[in-house]
Design a protein around this ligand. Structure first.
Ligand SMILES: [Ca+2]
Length: 121
């Protein structure tokens, strides 16, 4: 008689898989902080108002994304953009800044921070 004994070793592939995901428990901290200032600047015609935005973000900022009219679409990627407004109203402005690392991202939204009055429309 011949008996063949089969030994089965327990190998869990899950251990290796979970080890790769162990960073999910902690949220990396952004090294950049978004902030900005704005002011209406004189312009040669009263038909439009021009607003100068000044980036006041801190940290190693490399990219700027500005939504200057609150429609959710990026209007400028300059550090200090300038925008013409031709319609009266209140405008919400959002600035998102990014640094060199994936976690280096911060967004600031200022609701109704631009008030345009005096335009013909
Ligand atoms: Ca926009």
């Amino acid at each position: 008689m011949f008996r063949c004994l089969l030994a089965i070793g327990f190998v869990s592939m899950l251990v290796a898989s979970l080890a790769a995901c162990n960073s999910l428990g902690s949220t990396p901290t952004s090294h950049v902080h978004a902030d900005f200032a704005s002011e209406i600047v004189p312009y040669f015609t009263e038909r439009v108002k021009v607003v100068q935005f000044t980036d006041m973000s801190t940290g190693p900022v490399m990219e700027w994304e500005w939504d200057l009219d609150g429609d959710g679409r990026v209007d400028s990627t300059k550090q200090h953009p300038r925008k013409q407004y031709s319609k009266n109203g209140l405008y919400t402005v959002t600035l998102t800044v990014r640094g060199p690392l994936p976690e280096d991202v911060d967004t600031i939204t200022k609701d109704d921070c631009i008030e345009i009055v005096g335009c013909p429309t």
